[in-house]
Design a binder for this molecule. Structure first.
Ligand code: C2O
Ligand code: CU
Length: 436
């Protein structure tokens, strides 16, 4: 049964391809055999939230806390979340970042649903068919709404795998210029015995990249954007640059001594049998080279590559300048010299192999994000990726760079394709890809 669409009939005007209304592209009502229904109600409301340091944040929340409640599920479960809006005047949605849900569950206002107004509700249902680390956030006035707290984590674990001894989900976010992991803006600590298997799930829920470093241990970058890498090797003294919206899962066996996690060169988390760190962990990490995910892990067969003949190939030129936005000249972040909604849609057909070339002609980094699909990274600046097949939903296109990525069109609907620096997206650096 479809959820309740509130806020009028405009969503029904948006058709996928030649005629299937997005509102019919909804998720199932039953879990897979062996799965359970994970039911949750999230009430969006304003709240004053106190961070660990005592710092108060004027927040927009799902349920009164920062971040929103962590959602966890096991592969095959049905996730059913009822969103209520208490007092957010601009309306609110839930978008499942990186999760390839049916289009009608995607939470993109103006494309897949109307924003849920104060007093309204909308129920999202989808199968937990992808394991890994993801997140959810509103897509209505996503800047400033996500910055103010309308987000949370989504972690799906395999049904038949021994979990790590210590599995920490660590959303990094800046509230009023205060950096926090979860709601902790200080240094968190966790006990971990030598030999314990540790998994750290790093999420960047900000609009700018963050730099991570891990002292006291070697580690493996096990997954990027929720998808496992092939043959990830052990590395140490490497920094990790995590794009806005992206996720990295790190794994390692706990060594005898303490381990510290640094974000932007300061210690934010300590692990160990005794966690009374001496504060020196940060020394020198600022000089560590960055691990390049395009050259990491073991190559393996992938369904397509640079030599594949693609059914569609779209090039998007990212820049900043004067553009026509809603018929008016505006100084904005642009795609092909235009701003959303004046950017033509990318039309594909189901089953197409689609290649996207993203060209950054601006002086800023643009973390590019496609809804509803993971994309395989083919090349950066024309150089083919050499490591594990790298499937991502968000990738940083730095000034001057060109990224080539590809996917197969297997999830019909209307999908936002945009910069995840949310102020850029809000200004117009966003378009739609569509098929039925
Ligand atoms: Cu995480 Cu369109 O967004
Ligand atoms: Cu951008």
């Amino acid at each position: 049964a479809p959820g309740t669409v509130t806020g009028g009939g405009a969503a029904a005007e948006h058709q996928a391809g030649d005629g299937v209304p997005v509102t019919t592209l909804r998720g199932p009502a039953q879990p897979a055999p062996g799965g359970v229904v994970r039911q949750l109600t999230l009430t969006a409301r304003t709240a004053t939230v106190v961070l660990a340091s005592g710092q108060e944040v004027d927040a927009w929340t799902y349920g009164g806390d920062l971040p929103g409640p962590p959602i966890t599920a096991v592969h095959g479960d049905l996730i059913e979340v009822t969103l209520r809006n208490d007092d957010l005047d601009d309306g609110v949605t839930l978008h499942w970042h990186g999760y390839d849900v049916p289009c009608g569950e995607d939470g993109a206002p103006g494309a897949t649903q109307e924003p849920v107004p104060p007093g309204g509700t909308f129920t999202y249902r989808f199968l937990a068919e992808q394991v890994g680390t993801y997140w959810y956030h509103t897509h209505q006035v996503s800047h400033p709404a996500v910055r103010r707290g309308l987000f949370g984590t989504l972690v799906v674990t395999p049904r038949d795998e021994v979990p790590a001894d210590l599995d920490l989900t660590l959303p990094v976010h800046t509230y009023d210029e205060v950096l926090a992991i979860g709601a902790d803006d200080g240094v968190a600590s966790h006990a971990a015995e030598p030999g314990a298997v540790v998994r750290l799930r790093l999420l960047n829920t900000d609009s700018e990249p963050h730099r991570f470093a891990l002292t006291g241990t070697a580690f493996r970058l096990a997954a990027v954007d929720g998808r496992d890498l092939n043959g990830p090797g052990e590395v140490e003294r490497r920094a990790l640059r995590l794009p806005a919206g992206g996720r990295y899962d790190l794994t390692f066996p706990m060594p005898d001594g303490p381990v510290a996690l640094l974000v932007d060169d300061s210690v934010r988390l300590r692990l160990g049998a005794r966690v009374d760190g001496d504060g020196d962990d940060a020394a020198g990490t600022g000089d560590w080279p960055e691990l390049d995910p395009l050259a990491y892990g073991e190559p393996a067969a992938a369904p397509f590559d640079l030599d594949t003949v693609y059914d569609r190939h779209f090039t998007m030129v990212l820049d900043r300048g004067v553009a026509m936005v809603e018929g008016r000249p505006t100084y904005a972040h642009t795609v092909d010299g235009r701003g959303h909604p004046s950017i033509p849609e990318q039309l594909v057909a189901e089953g197409d192999l689609v290649r996207l070339s993203v060209v950054n002609r601006s002086l800023e980094t643009h973390p590019w994000h496609l809804h509803g699909h993971a994309v395989l990274v083919l090349a950066r600046d024309g150089e083919p990726a050499t490591g594990s097949p790298l499937w991502v939903d968000t990738f940083d296109v730095q000034p001057g760079e060109v990224w080539d990525v590809a996917f197969e069109a297997t999830n019909p609907g209307v999908w936002m394709n945009h910069c995840h620096n949310l102020p850029h997206a809000e200004e117009g650096m966003m378009l739609q890809l569509r098929y039925d």
